[in-house]
Structures are given as C-alpha cells and as structure tokens.
Design a protein around this ligand. Structure first.
Ligand SMILES: *Cc1c(COP(=O)(O)O)cnc(C)c1O
Length: 360
C-alpha cells in the first residue's frame, strides 16, 4: 500500500525510554523521569480530589464544544468564547494548523532547534520548511522575517523555546509582528507560559486582540500537571478558529480531560506555588552547573539545557544507571548537551550528584 508521498521519509515519534523499562534494565527500585518536562509535583490536589467525584458516564461522547470549560477559560482569559479552540494537547492544534494552512507550494518558517512537531506536520502536508538557526538559544527574528515571502502561510514562534528555554522579549515580538505580513498566520506557542517570571515577557493574548493573524497556543500538560489527560488550547481570531474547527475531530477532547482542566483553572494558587518552587530549584541547578564549569541556556521554563564537555548520549546513558532519565541533546539538535526537567528539590540534589559522577 502506498502512503502519500511525504510519509516514507518521515519517522514515527520516538518516545524516551519508559520508566518500567529503565527500572528492569538497570535493576533499580526507583527512577526519576526528567525527560519530558512534565510537572514533577503532579497536578493540584484540588483537581485530584475533584477527579474522584467524576462520574463514569463513559458511554456518552464528550461535549464536542467543551462548553463548560470554554466558558470558564473565556472568562479566565477575557477572550470571547469563539476565539478559543481546544485540542487533544496543543500538539493536536499544531497538527490542525498544518492541515488547515499548509500544502505543496506553500512554505512555513520556524527556528531550529525548536519543538519538532511543527516541522513534522508541515512536512506531512508537503510544505517547504524554512528553518532558521537559533542564535545562542534565541530565535533569530531578523533572519526569520527575511525568510517570509508571498507563499509563507505559517510562522512558528516557540516562546519560551523548547529545547533551549529562552523567550522572546516583548519589544522584539512586537517589532516582529509589525514586519510580519498579514497573510501569514503567526503561531505563538506558549506551552511553558505559566512558568515564566521575566518582566518583559509579552502579553500575547493582548497582542492577539490587536493583530488578526496571531494564534496563541497553551496547554494543561506542563505547569498544570495534566499531561496524561491531553488538553491544550489555542486563542486566535474567529475566522482562524472557524477554519481549524472545520478539520477538528468532533470529539477530540475527552470528557475527563475537559473536567480536569475546568477544575485546574480554579486552583491558581497551585500554579503560583509550582512557579515559585520551579524558579528556586532551577536556580540551585544553575548554581551547581556554574560551580562545575557547565554552561547552560537561560531558561524561563521547567527545564534546563546544559552543555557538556562530552556526548549527551553517553552522559544520559550513565545517568540511567543512577535512575535518572534525561533527554540527550543529540536527539534535540544540540550535541554535547542534555535537557533536564526541573523536578522536586530532593530529587534534583540526587540528580546533581549523579551528573557529577557521570561526567568523570
Ligand atoms: C510540551 C509541548 C507542547 C505540547 O504539549 P501538549 O501535551 O500536546 O499540550 C507544545 N509545544 C511545546 C513547545 C511543548 O514543549
């Protein structure tokens, strides 16, 4: 059987090693996964309690409009209900954007390295992918601007950027928006929004209200600690959202996902706490790196990209033997580095010891 022409050159997503697999392989009783930027504090205890009250009702399809969650999010963000689109994770919205706006003969502009799903789905749709090297971990907005032409349909800004962790400053984003032609959909992926403390981080939802061509993506997978439920959302103008809705699967967000996200929005104190813990623990990891002559990219997220004097693959493999799973930079386009999710303080102390031993 012959798949469409863009498929054979692509590979299925390769997940990191599973926890059980690593446990067995290295005969460990406990392992700490610091590979996928999940929230190691879990979700809010309030959400856990509410989940116990979730009735079964598994025979019914979910609300395809996600009305209750939509109402709550609409008032939480102060945006009209019809400017919101939900996805099975923001991953699915990336896919919907590519399916809606890209095809052969069009192109799309993004940084590299960045979140790999933009490139992946754009390639599936047959679009030309124009990748602009990061500059010291930052998006090179000047070069990205220059890469845009009349066939550009979508530009991706990942801020803070995965896997480097740094963000686009407000004034830089505003000048980029001003140079970006109106026919181009500007995707601002803010998967790590809730972790950001920088004062000059832009208010992209406000910017979207002034610029019709912006869609902002956020998720319940990271700071909210609900990755397993798969809920993400986009905020864009009604026409963009209407077009995306045309290709959206009618029941793409599960009932329990909608329910968990709804209650998660009610516990902002939890998010605030996670944010504070994350900054404190990240600072300690940064201090450890500095004390051990390891450089890293400035991060506004719950992960740190650490440069190493040797292969990130080797170091990750050694770390596995101590029970820590991290992402080797070789798989992210930054050789001789590892991307480490900021976990709980006590785990990170152990991690630092293990990293020290892995470097000798
Ligand atoms: C994790 C991540 C996402 C996807 O998260 P979902 O779980 O699909 O909501 C999107 N963009 C970036 C940059 C991410 O790191």
């Amino acid at each position: 059987m012959k798949p469409k022409s863009s498929i054979p050159a692509l590979k299925p997503y390769q997940p990191g090693k599973g926890m059980e697999e690593v446990k067995k392989e290295h005969n460990l009783s406990r392992i700490v996964k610091l590979a996928s930027n999940e929230n190691l504090y879990g979700c809010s205890p309030y959400v856990s309690d509410k989940l116990k009250e979730f009735g079964e009702n598994a025979q019914f399809y979910p609300d395809g409009y996600a009305l209750t969650l939509r109402e709550k999010l609409s008032s939480f963000l102060s945006v009209e209900m019809d400017k919101i689109i939900f996805g099975s994770g923001s991953d699915e919205i990336v896919q919907m954007i590519c399916r809606t706006y890209l095809e052969k003969g069009t192109n799309t502009v993004m940084a590299t390295p960045t979140f790999p799903q933009y490139r992946h789905h754009a390639t599936v749709e047959g679009a030309e992918v124009r990748e602009i090297e990061l500059e010291n971990g930052f998006h090179n907005l000047t070069k990205m601007s220059e890469a845009i032409d009349e066939n550009t349909r979508v530009v991706w800004l990942c801020t803070p950027n995965n896997p480097t962790g740094n963000y686009i400053k407000e004034e830089d984003l505003i000048s980029f928006i001003q140079t970006c032609p109106k026919h181009v959909l500007l995707v601002i992926d803010e998967a790590y929004y809730e972790f950001v403390v920088a004062k000059d981080y832009p208010d992209s939802i406000a910017l979207h209200k002034e610029h019709e061509n912006i869609i902002v993506l956020r998720t319940f997978s990271k700071a909210y600690g609900l990755a397993g439920f798969r809920v993400g959302y986009g905020v864009g103008n009604e026409e963009v959202v209407r077009n995306l809705n045309t290709i959206r699967g009618p029941f793409n967000v599960t009932s329990i996902g909608q329910y968990a996200a709804l209650h998660a929005l009610d516990d902002q104190a939890f998010i605030e706490k996670v944010k504070q813990f994350n900054v404190q623990t990240r600072k300690k990891l940064e201090a450890f790196c500095a004390a051990n002559n390891l450089t890293f990219y400035e991060s506004e997220t719950n992960f740190l990209l650490i440069h190493l004097p040797k292969s990130g693959l080797d170091v990750s493999n050694t770390l596995l033997t101590y029970g820590f799973i991290v992402r080797p930079g070789e798989l992210l386009g930054i050789p001789n580095s590892i991307r480490v999710t900021i976990g709980k303080e006590e785990d990170m102390e152990e991690f630092q010891e293990a990293l020290k031993k892995s470097l000798v």
